[in-house]
Design a protein around this ligand. Structure first.
Ligand SMILES: [Zn+2]
Length: 169
């Protein structure tokens, strides 16, 4: 860091400037706070990066699937309009199916990765509904960091709800 008064370079742990005698303890604390990122924030950033990666991967698969699906639909429409024969329609159907499969694979894959991510990392405590007859005040938790994690958590909340309903009546 540099002395705010004279600009001379000084180590962070130094208390006073050797050039002008200015107190550097407050500056040193501030510099230490800003330069050293706490481990928790780093972990959260890494997790967010991984989640963003998963979402990107899912979007890529869905876009690819949609493109393939669109090609299949175009082939199907052409086959119908120009009467190209049964095999063209079969190919178009196969192409459409593979497009759907690609998009579905992307969604399932990202869900699986998101689930493993949330089990590896620390769980964010959800407000558990005390009474199933009462609607929860916050049906959708607002402060969750990712799309995928929220879906999986909502699913788990839903299943526990239905289980308790079965046991009640
Ligand atoms: Zn100085």
């Amino acid at each position: 860091m540099h002395c705010p008064s004279c600009g001379r370079e000084a180590p962070v742990e130094q208390q006073f400037c050797r050039n002008c005698g200015m107190s550097l303890s407050a500056v040193g604390k501030l510099v230490a706070q800003h330069s050293a990122t706490p481990v928790e924030i780093q972990k959260k950033l890494q997790q967010r990066e991984r989640e963003a990666k998963i979402v990107r991967c899912m979007v890529n698969w869905i876009i690819r699937g949609m493109i393939v699906l669109g090609i299949g639909v175009v082939i199907l429409v052409c086959a119908k309009n120009f009467d190209l024969g049964k095999w063209v329609r079969t190919i178009a159907t196969l192409v459409i199916l593979s497009g759907c499969g690609s998009a579905l694979f992307g969604v399932l894959n990202s869900l699986r990765q998101g689930a493993s991510l949330s089990t590896n990392s620390e769980q964010i405590p959800l407000d558990e509904p005390v009474d199933t007859k009462q609607l929860p005040a916050n049906p959708i938790p607002s402060s969750l960091p990712s799309v995928t994690e929220r879906t999986t958590q909502l699913i788990s909340v839903k299943t526990s709800d239905s289980e308790s309903k079965f046991s009640n009546g």
